[in-house]
Ligand binder design. Structure first.
Ligand code: GBH
Length: 495
């Protein structure tokens, strides 16, 4: 099925040609969620391979052994993306495919290098600009085993920087848009505070054998910031002049609205929540060069301190603000001292506000609701606070009723709920650009249904439906793919 006119420009005439002609749009993916080939052609084990082979960790008991078979089907995928008219594709490299044991002294897997060379060449030949993420959560298991991964800042940083350098050397002639980390906050919050993602550590012994949510969460975040900055330094000193690319980081962040907008304590709580979630990483990089005051006040010495050298290195270490966002929460202040394992800023997150208003229409994912207004506010909040160009690197939704047997019925492929999500968010994006916010890209999450981490194959975020039971993971485009194609034609100048 194909939708030739998935968007008819008449309703949004005032937004026509709002985005500059060099605006990039496309889809984003992550290696562990799509590639499959988890142990093929010399790939080493990652912490997500270990996690999903541990019984009880993934909701549907699935593994990512095959995922969408993107490793084998990359040519078909590039052809499909091209048919949607994308100008760019954001994907991540699997560290353990390139350096199976991860470490700075360990051998390179040339078959892995060849795979990414082929993928990059295929994209470039088809006129699609690659945006490459070095790290989307899949730490080599060997580094976790050897020294505790990111808990060991010095050893880890040496290894990460060598990995980054390898990528710049081998792919930097064609890759001009680098992202060091995807959502360092989610990596540590889910992996070390909640313990529901790899490497599955936390204070909660019913869930995890080891870990300390009250300290490790912040130590790992510090390692991410410092190792990111070291990799950027290498890029800028050794590669940038010759290769002419840009490098930055992608942060997660949802919008927080006060539960009771008339209660100054809730207004303060919402700001504090935004700081704990976003400014935790963004202030050291784009702001005053240190963690937010609100975090220091609550966490004291459990929040690491930057040495002078680290502060100087981290500050200014991103050429752009890579932004992933999905939804909005209502936030209510809590009275009394914060729990030792709190990482939200001593607040509770709610689905409705004091007037009973819902934060948005429910998707098929418990935390995600359609909330375009909050998105518009968040774009302005980030722009006002940091004033750096914003690259939207992820945004999208699941929709109820898509987890069905093949072939998917018409009502699944005609994914009105997702189309409305994209439409409402993109309107907000275009309006923010009209107001002067500098937004330079938009990547929908995600290209096809994929392996949604601990949620397995049940949460379908794709703009293309996948028959995971079929031998070749048959792809069925949903209407949202064509909607994005047509709507970006409307929004981008000269297209
Ligand atoms: C992104 O993470 C990832 O980059 C991507 O790999 C993933 O597939 C995609 O989003 C969709 O999930 O406090 O209980 O309300 C977003 C991760 C998940 C972070 C939900 C915030 C809030 C959980 N987000 N989480 S809760």
């Amino acid at each position: 099925m194909s939708w030739t006119h998935a968007f008819d420009g008449s309703p949004d005439a005032e937004l026509k040609s709002t985005l500059p002609s060099d605006f990039h749009w496309g889809f984003a993916t992550a290696a562990a969620q799509v590639e499959g080939a988890w142990n093929k052609d010399g790939k080493g084990e990652s912490i997500w391979d270990r996690f999903c082979h541990t019984p009880g960790k993934v909701k549907d008991g699935s593994t990512n052994e095959d995922a969408t078979c993107a490793y084998d089907l990359y040519k078909q995928d590039v052809t499909l993306m091209k048919s949607f008219g994308v100008t760019a594709y954001r994907f991540s490299l699997a560290w353990s495919r390139l350096i199976p044991l991860g470490g700075a002294e360990e051998p390179v897997n040339e078959t892995g290098v060849e795979y990414y060379n082929n993928l990059i060449d295929e994209l470039v030949t088809n006129g699609i600009t690659p945006f490459v993420t070095l790290f989307h959560w899949d730490t080599p298991q060997a580094l976790e085993d050897r020294y505790g991964g990111m808990l060991n800042q010095d050893k880890y940083t040496t290894d990460f920087v060598r990995y980054a350098r390898l990528c710049f050397e081998r792919f930097g002639d064609r890759v001009k848009h680098w992202i060091t980390y995807n959502e360092p906050g989610v990596y540590t919050l889910a992996g070390y505070a909640a313990g529901v993602h790899a490497p599955a550590r936390s204070s909660f012994r019913d869930r995890n054998d080891e870990g300390d949510s009250s300290t490790e969460t912040f130590i790992v975040a510090h390692t991410e910031l410092v190792s990111h900055a070291h990799a950027v330094k290498v890029y800028r000193e050794v590669f940038k002049e010759k290769q002419g690319g840009q490098i930055g980081i992608t942060l997660h962040g949802n919008y927080s609205e006060p539960w009771d907008a008339n209660d100054p304590k809730d207004v303060a709580a919402a700001q504090r929540a935004r700081e704990f979630e976003i400014a935790w990483f963004a202030d050291p990089i784009y702001g005053h060069g240190d963690y937010p005051r609100s975090m220091r006040d609550q966490l004291g010495n459990r929040l690491p301190s930057f040495t002078d050298e680290e502060r100087a290195l981290v500050k200014g270490s991103s050429d752009f603000y890579g932004m992933n966002t999905y939804t909005t929460f209502f936030v209510r202040h809590l009275d009394g001292p914060a729990d030792i394992n709190d990482h939200l800023g001593n607040v509770e997150k709610l689905d409705t506000n004091s007037e009973g208003k819902s934060r948005g229409a429910e998707s098929d994912t418990y935390w995600l609701r359609t909330a375009p207004e909050g998105f518009g506010k968040l774009l302005r909040w980030i722009w006002d606070r940091y004033h750096v160009p914003i690259y939207m690197t992820e945004n999208g939704t699941t929709a109820k009723g898509e987890h069905v047997e093949a072939p998917p019925p018409e009502r699944v492929l005609n994914d009105t709920f997702r189309v409305e999500f994209f439409h409402s968010y993109l309107r907000e994006l275009a309006r923010a650009v009209q107001d002067g916010v500098d937004v330079r890209s938009y990547f929908g999450w995600t290209f096809t249904d994929n392996w949604e981490w601990a949620a397995g194959y049940e949460d379908r975020f794709g703009c293309t439906w996948i028959d995971f039971k079929s031998e070749h993971k048959t792809r069925y485009p949903k209407r949202s793919s064509y909607f994005l194609r047509d709507y970006f034609r409307h929004l981008i100048k000269g297209t």
